[in-house]
Ligand binder design. Structure first.
Ligand code: SF4
Length: 387
């Protein structure tokens, strides 16, 4: 694939909080996401200094943008205070409640991310866009395979559905005259992720945030992300990226740097198309895919954020060796909360997710057991044995 129109939209808001820009000729920006809940007290005194130190450390490692889950108005205040402490551009990640997005924009944040699949209709989007335009704050529309509009969920082609959902949102933003926009289309499937981004890159010049969602634990997540992101970067697709791992933010940044460095090296071989096999519709590539595949467990796990109610990092670390040793062709999802939990992972043969102070075990999106966190391992083992 070639001939992509160079992105022309930049994130003007970044000019006020750092030198970062996205799109056009700006370097591809590395980002990560804070993985724990924060309170206002965490941003004060010695704790606040330590917090700011860790964030600035991420910046020195190469992270140019840091996203925070903002589940309520208290979290908005916390993020707002934090934004005044650090030079790192901070992003507010909003689900469900547009009023939280409005409150976040009272502070010097760099960007907001909304999920149109759950933020509500046009009457809720309009005030968000109006305030963002007035403040010069860009918005990322984050479309996820697990929260597509109902009519698109029925589509067999997930990538087409993701691209269409993104295009619908772009049309709304365009109608309101809002152009400080980025788009992400994420699925846990590598081929879906690559294809969706290819489609939108062909049809628009909007800056793209690329990444494989719930890519998995450290090693598996890096491998999966590297294949998908390198394929896109090799085609000139992607303006900012995140390697989403059930592991530390620092490792996400290191992985992103290494993927970008490898992609840069590969540009020295313009005739080589090492990732063409990703195009599954290609007959020869399909033959290759059969040679690559082997039975076994596929693990999808969320990277965790401030919304988490279940420690996906610890659980995947404990269960990885046993799951990889299983001679079963199944998929297992390990999710931190119900925001994206059972729905996002409805394809999974077996899943586990936090839900408030409880933990849910589910199969194909249907909850089969509700337990306390202390019982998570034993309940999961029982459910696995019954598969
Ligand atoms: S599943 Fe929940 S905890 Fe995990 S990254 Fe998504 S919103 Fe955060």
């Amino acid at each position: 694939m070639s001939g992509r129109v160079a992105n022309t939209v930049t994130i003007g808001g970044f000019a006020h909080v750092g030198s970062a820009g996205v799109g056009g000729d700006f370097p591809v920006l590395i980002q990560t996401m804070w993985k724990d809940r924060l309170s206002l007290a965490d941003t004060k005194g010695e704790a606040g200094a330590a917090l700011a130190g860790r964030i600035e450390g991420l910046g020195r490692m190469g992270c140019g943008l840091l996203r925070f889950a903002v589940p309520d108005l208290e979290a908005a205040e916390t993020l707002g205070h934090l934004a005044s402490l650090v030079s790192m551009p901070l992003v507010a990640d909003i689900h469900f409640d547009y009023k939280i997005a409005l409150r976040c924009m009272d502070f010097p944040i760099a960007k907001i991310r909304v999920n149109p699949g759950n933020i509500g209709g046009r009457e809720r989007v309009r005030p968000v866009l109006e305030k963002a335009a007035a403040k010069g704050i860009p918005i990322r529309v984050g479309v996820n395979a697990g929260s597509l509009p109902p009519d698109l969920r029925r589509r067999v082609d997930t990538a087409e559905a993701l691209a269409e959902a993104a295009e619908r949102e772009l049309a709304v933003f365009e109608e309101f005259g809002f152009d400080k926009i980025l788009v992400s289309m994420k699925a846990s499937g590598i081929a879906d992720t690559v294809k969706a981004n290819r489609i939108l890159a062909e049809r628009t010049s909007v800056p793209l945030h690329i990444g494989v969602t719930e890519a998995g634990p450290l090693v598996a997540g890096v491998a999966r992300s590297a294949v998908a992101l390198a394929a896109l970067l090799a085609e000139g697709i992607g303006d900012t990226l995140r390697v989403s791992l059930s592991d530390t933010m620092e490792n996400e940044v290191i992985a992103a740097r290494e993927i970008l460095a490898a992609a840069a090296e590969m540009t020295a071989l313009p005739a080589l198309q090492p990732f063409d096999f990703v195009a599954a519709e290609h007959v020869e590539a399909q033959g290759q895919a059969d040679r690559f595949k082997r039975p076994g467990v596929t693990i999808v796990s969320c990277p965790r954020c401030g919304r988490y109610g279940f420690d996906t990092h610890g659980f995947t670390a404990r269960w990885m060796p046993a799951l990889y040793a299983l001679d079963r062709d199944i998929s297992v999802a390990v999710m931190g909360c119900a925001v994206n939990g059972p729905e996002e992972a409805k394809h999974a043969d077996l899943g586990i997710t936090g839900a408030g102070d409880k933990v849910l075990i589910f199969r194909h999106g249907k909850v089969i057991r509700t337990i306390n966190a202390a019982e998570a391992d034993s309940a999961f083992r029982e459910a696995l044995e019954k598969l």
